[in-house]
Design a protein around this ligand. Structure first.
Ligand code: DC
Length: 227
């Protein structure tokens, strides 16, 4: 008998609410949530804090293999560890956000992380995976896939609020510029650009609460599981 490894994916751009609803959906399903953006952000920490050129994909991939990026699944939400050190707070800083789309464009870096992401799926019977390429590239066979969109003002306000909660006071305009720059880089890069995966359920989260979005997702997943 083969063991099932179900993965449900959530793709979408910055500030569309992916991470928040992915965590909530995982909680309702009693399983883990994989925040793949945190992994790419950890590579940006390697670049900024350890002096590796963000344009050098080969050097970044080598530094990544040497240091190791992994999650501590015992914590809620799971902590992201770089070389064993918890960098969960550091990865949200704006200097990291402004470099992350550069380090994320390299195929050498993506290859290492995608392999780790598939291993994380293989290690459990069910997983909610969120990130720009989860339903399109990493798990194209995921049985239920979502694509989130939201209006720019709403996305900016959410990011500002999130940064405030983490203790950073930032200008609205600076955050909006960061989101627009990342949108551009993430959707025009050659390796795994941000797209709506074929057959994905598209949800506009602009005027919906976290509960409303999660309800739509949970209904879709449960109706798949009951078939
Ligand atoms: O979801 P986030 O804002 O934390 O993601 C940070 C960056 O990481 C984003 O600008 C692009 C990159 N990323 C990616 O290229 N592929 C993913 N699966 C997740 C994130």
């Amino acid at each position: 008998m083969t063991t099932q490894h179900y993965v449900f994916t959530i793709d979408g751009a910055a500030g569309t609410g992916k991470t928040t609803v992915a965590r909530e959906l995982a909680k309702r399903l009693g399983t883990n949530c994989l925040d793949t953006g945190a992994m790419y952000r950890a590579i940006a920490v390697i670049s900024v804090d350890h002096g590796v050129d963000p344009e050098d994909g080969v050097a970044l991939a080598a530094a990544l293999e040497a240091r190791g990026v992994r999650f501590d699944w015992e914590q809620e939400p799971p902590a992201i560890l770089l070389g064993g050190k918890d960098v969960s707070k550091r990865i949200r800083d704006l200097d990291i956000s402004s470099v992350v789309s550069i380090v994320a464009k390299h195929p050498e870096v993506r290859k290492v992380l995608v392999k780790q992401q598939r291993k994380i799926r293989d290690d459990r019977s069910m997983l909610v995976a969120e990130g720009r390429d989860q339903g399109s590239v990493v798990f194209p066979d995921a049985p239920v896939r979502f694509f989130l969109v939201a209006e720019m003002d709403e996305r900016t306000n959410r990011r500002v609020k999130q940064l405030k909660q983490l203790g950073s006071e930032v200008e609205l305009e600076t955050v909006q510029q960061d989101i627009q720059a990342r949108d551009h880089l993430d959707s025009t890069r050659e390796a795994s650009p941000l797209i709506c995966p074929d057959g994905a359920i598209r949800i506009d989260t602009s005027n919906k609460t976290i509960e409303e979005v999660t309800d739509i997702m949970e209904d879709a997943v449960r109706s798949f599981l009951s078939v």
